[in-house]
Ligand binder design. Structure first.
Ligand SMILES: CC(C)(COP(=O)(O)OP(=O)(O)OC[C@H]1O[C@@H](n2cnc3c(N)ncnc32)[C@H](O)[C@@H]1OP(=O)(O)O)[C@@H](O)C(=O)NCCC(=O)NCCS
Length: 234
């Protein structure tokens, strides 16, 4: 997909020049308007590629546990969110979608990811019907706040709907008011009866829980009408 950004002369140099710099073009000769074309593609992770797996691990750990994204877990959990073993296990039954930008003629750079697929349970408990799952959702801080997260979430919903999901679910730490508000805007509702203490999960992998809180399940009913035209390139 090509995204065009219009910038007029009253704005300073936009931060998205950094991540789009290989793809921008000047539209007018007057200097009053700039049009940039930048291409973010969503596709499945190449699970055979150790380089791609490493890029996902680095991005997820930096996004969740660093303090650079507009929303993150750095004040809630310390330690690595994901490691090579956990990712390998997850990839046995889940798919990781990645957001990539071109980085040269033949190569792509991973700038974000989301883990998705059909599940019958989540951390907070079993599901009455299999549902589409959202997890390990991250966009590198250099690229955050520019719509890549939206594209990944949309692609994961489309991916699961195409595989029969009538509902999307995710587990969110209940102290994350900012991201829960965004998920609300995207149609997700918190299920008040579905809650599980984070301290029962998080110390397991060498992580440290800094705030006592709970995982809660958020859920969205999927219908054809809430699909996106953001078709997956895979
Ligand atoms: C969550 C995350 C994936 C979002 O990615 P992103 O590329 O920044 O997301 P987008 O640019 O598509 O923006 C998503 C929404 O956040 C909003 N947003 C952007 N900056 C914001 C800010 N500073 N404060 C509040 N909302 C903000 C956008 O307006 C947009 O809302 P809209 O769809 O209603 O317009 C990314 O911030 C991240 O990796 N965070 C750390 C990992 C994490 O917390 N994952 C989720 C676990 S539940």
């Amino acid at each position: 997909m090509i995204v065009h950004f219009h910038v007029d002369s009253t704005h300073s140099c936009p931060s998205y020049w950094y991540w789009c710099r290989d793809h921008y073009s000047i539209k007018t000769a007057s200097g009053m308007s700039v049009v940039m074309a930048c291409s973010v593609k969503i596709r499945e992770l190449n699970a055979e590629s150790s380089k791609e797996r490493a890029a996902v691990i680095d991005a997820v750990n930096e996004c969740y546990r660093g303090n650079k994204n507009w929303t993150n877990e750095s004040a809630i959990v310390r330690g690595q969110r994901i490691n090579p073993q956990k990712l390998a296990n997850d990839l046995k039954h889940m798919t990781v979608l990645v957001a990539v930008v071109a980085a040269g003629e033949q190569t792509e750079r991973i700038i974000g990811c989301v883990q998705t697929g059909i599940v019958s349970k989540t951390i907070v408990g079993p599901l009455s019907n299999p549902a589409g799952y959202i997890g390990m959702f991250a966009v590198h801080p250099d690229n955050g706040g520019k719509g890549v997260g939206n594209k990944l979430l949309n692609a994961a919903e489309d991916f699961c709907f195409a595989r029969g999901a009538a509902e999307m679910v995710m587990d969110v730490l209940d102290v994350r008011a900012d991201i829960m508000a965004w998920y609300n805007r995207k149609g997700y509702r918190t299920l008040p009866s579905m809650s599980f203490p984070a301290r029962n999960v998080i110390p397991a992998g060498g992580e440290e829980l800094l705030i006592d809180c709970n995982f809660v399940r958020m859920s969205k009913t999927m219908t054809r009408s809430n699909l996106h035209d953001e078709l997956l390139d895979s």
